[in-house]
Design a protein around this ligand. Structure first.
Ligand code: BES
Ligand code: ZN
Ligand code: ZN
Length: 485
C-alpha cells in the first residue's frame, strides 16, 4: 500500500522524524534532549552522513546532504539514502513518519519522499498468505513539514501514484492482463484522472488497415486494441499536440522466431512503454498541465499460434508502405510504426515513442541510460537531457545517420523489419523514423526498465523507467510556454 502524504505545520514531541540537514545545525523543533544533541554533534563532527537516535517510543533520523558534487547528484544521493533506509524504517514499525529539512536545498523533502515512496513499492496482490516479515510495516502516513510548496506536494502525489499503478500493470502476467484488459485498465485510469480514452477494437483496426498491429496479432487468440488517450484542457498552450506512443506488447514470445527460456522471462513487461504513457497522461491530467497531449497505445501479445505471421511475410502497414518480415521477434517496431503514422492526423508538434524495443540498447548502455534517437529540433533533446539528470532517468543519444537506415533495404518490399546484427538499437529507431511525418524522439528503455536486481529505488522487474522523465519534460515545456506568453 502506498502511504498517504500530508502536510503538517508542527512536529509534536512524540512523532518520529526524518530531518535532512544542509548544515551542522540541529533544529530545535526536533525536541532532542541535551544528551541526544551532544551525541548528534559528535557524529556530525566525525563526518557521519546518517545519524540515528532512538528515544524509546520515537526515532529521529538525521540525514546530511552530500557536498562537493553536482546538484542533481546531491538530489539523487538523497533518493538513494531513502532506499538504504527502508529496512531500518520497517524494523521500527512507524505508523506515521515526519519528513522535514533544515537549511537544505529547496526540493530536498520532495526528493527524499519520492525516493522513499519508490523504494517501498511492492506487488503482492497475488499473495494469499502473510510472509514472515509481515508483522513489520512501512509508515502508512508520511507527514511533510517545512519548506515544501503545496503544488510540489500535489505533483509528488500524482507522480508517485502513477509510478505505482504503472509498475503494477507492468508486473501483471499475461494470463491476467491481455490487450483488452490493458485497455480496460487504461480506461479506468483515464476516467479517474480526467483524460479521454478511446479504444479501437479489432474491427476498427482492420477497417483502418493497421497492418503492423494486425500482423503481430495473427498468432494470438486474443484480439488487439489501439488506445487513444487525450488530455486537451481549455487553457492549453500548444497549438499542435505532443504525442506519446507506447509499446503495448502484453507478452513477447518472439512469435515463430521464438525466444528461448532466459530471453522470454519477464516479457510480460514488454508493455512497459504503454503503461508509462498512461502514467504520464495521468500525472499531466491530475496536475492540470496546460498542454494538449495525446497518447497512442497499440497493444497485442506476440505469439507463434495458429496463423502467426512468418519470416518472409510481406505486410502492408497503416501508411501503405510494404514491409518484409525478417524476424517475428522484431514486433515492437511494427505496432509502433502504425501508431507513429496514425499520429500524422493530429499534425503534432512532436512525437515521442517509448518502448522496450531492443536487446541492443541494453547491450550498449547497460541499465544506466535510456537510449535516445531523434530528428527533432535540438532544443527538445537538450531539455530531455536536463530533465533526465534532474530526475535521474538519464538519456544517452545514439547517432541517427541516414546510412543506418540503408541496412533496412529489402529486395521485395519497401523495407525489412530487421537489419543485420550490428547497431540493432539504431536500426530499430531508423525503422520507426520511416513512419514519422513529424519530428520524432525515440526512447528505447530495454536496458533501464527490466532490471534483474534493484538499483536503489529503481526496482527490479519493472522500474517504470522514463515515466518521471517524460512527466518532468512535459511540465517544463508547459512552463516554458507560459514564460513566453
Ligand atoms: N521486447 C524485445 C526487446 C527486449 C529485449 C526488451 C530484452 C527487454 C529486454 C524485442 O521485441 C525484441 O525481441 N527485439 C529483438 C530484435 C531483433 C530480432 C532484431 C532483439 O533485440 O533481440
Ligand atoms: Zn520481440
Ligand atoms: Zn518486444
Amino acid at each position: 500500500m502506498k502511504p498517504v502524504i500530508q502536510r503538517i505545520s508542527q512536529i509534536s514531541p512524540d512523532q518520529s522524524v526524518i530531518c535532512i540537514l544542509g548544515s551542522d545545525q540541529i533544529p530545535e523543533r526536533l525536541k532532542l534532549t541535551k544528551e541526544e544533541i551532544d551525541f548528534a554533534q559528535t557524529q556530525i563532527q566525525a563526518k557521519e552522513e546518517f545519524i540515528f537516535i532512538n528515544s524509546y517510543g520515537r526515532c529521529t533520523y538525521l540525514i546530511r546532504l552530500k557536498e562537493g558534487i553536482a546538484h542533481y547528484k546531491i538530489r539523487e544521493e538523497l533518493r538513494r539514502t531513502a532506499y538504504n533506509l527502508k529496512k531500518l524504517l520497517k524494523e521500527n514499525n512507524h505508523s506515521e513518519l515526519v519528513i522535514t529539512s533544515e537549511k537544505a536545498y529547496k526540493g530536498a523533502i520532495e526528493d527524499f519522499t519520492e525516493g522513499l515512496l519508490l523504494s517501498i513499492y511492492s506487488f503482492d496482490k497475488y499473495k494469499t498468505k502473510a510472509g514472515k516479515d509481515d508483522k513489520k510495516y512501512y509508515p502508512k502516513k508520511l507527514l511533510v513539514q517545512g519548506q515544501i510548496e503545496e503544488s510540489e506536494i500535489k505533483w509528488l502525489i500524482d507522480l508517485t501514484d502513477a509510478v505505482y499503478f504503472t509498475r503494477n500493470l507492468i508486473r501483471e502476467p499475461v494470463n491476467q492482463l491481455n490487450a483488452i484488459s490493458l485497455s480496460e485498465e487504461i480506461k479506468k485510469i483515464g476516467d479517474s484522472a480526467g483524460f479521454k480514452v478511446e479504444v479501437l477494437t479489432k474491427g476498427k483496426i482492420e477497417a483502418l488497415k493497421m497492418g503492423g498491429l494486425l500482423a503481430v496479432n495473427k498468432g494470438s487468440v486474443d484480439p488487439p486494441v489501439f488506445c487513444i488517450l487525450e488530455w486537451n484542457p481549455a487553457n492549453c498552450l500548444n497549438k499542435n499536440p505532443i504525442i506519446l506512443v507506447g509499446k503495448g506488447i502484453v507478452y513477447d514470445t518472439g512469435g515463430l522466431n521464438i525466444k528461448t527460456g532466459e530471453f522470454m522471462a519477464g516479457m510480460n513487461g514488454d508493455m512497459a512503454g504503454a503503461a508509462i504513457v498512461t502514467g504520464v497522461l495521468h500525472t499531466i491530467a491530475k496536475s492540470g498541465i496546460p498542454l494538449h497531449i495525446i497518447g497512442l497505445i497499440p497493444s497485442t501479445d506476440n505469439r507463434p499460434g495458429g496463423n502467426a505471421y512468418t519470416q518472409g511475410d510481406i505486410i502492408t502497414m497503416y501508411n501503405k508502405m510494404s514491409v518484409e518480415i525478417g524476424n517475428t521477434d522484431a514486433e515492437g517496431r511494427l505496432i509502433l510504426a502504425d501508431a507513429i503514422s496514425y499520429a500524422s492526423k493530429y499534425a503534432p508538434e512532436l512525437i515521442i515513442d517509448i518502448a522496450t524495443l531492443t536487446g541492443s540498447a541494453a547491450m550498449t548502455f547497460g541499465n544506466q541510460a535510456i537510449a535516445v534517437m531523434t530528428n527533432a529540433d535540438r532544443k527538445y533533446i537538450n531539455l530531455l537531457e536536463e530533465c533526465g539528470n534532474d530526475v535521474y532517468e538519464r538519456i544517452a543519444e545514439l547517432p541517427f545517420w541516414d546510412e543506418y537506415g540503408e541496412l533496412l533495404k529489402s529486395d521485395v518490399a519497401d523495407l525489412r523489419n530487421v537489419g543485420g546484427r550490428e547497431a540493432g538499437a539504431i536500426i530499430a529507431g531508423k525503422f520507426l523514423e520511416q513512419f514519422a511525418e513529424f519530428p520524432l524522439i525515440h526512447m528505447d528503455i530495454a536496458g533501464t526498465e527490466m532490471l534483474k536486481k534493484d538499483d536503489f529505488y529503481r526496482l527490479k522487474n519493472g522500474a517504470a523507467s522514463g515515466l518521471r522523465l517524460l512527466s518532468a519534460f512535459l511540465r517544463r515545456i508547459a512552463a516554458d510556454y507560459s514564460e513566453k506568453n
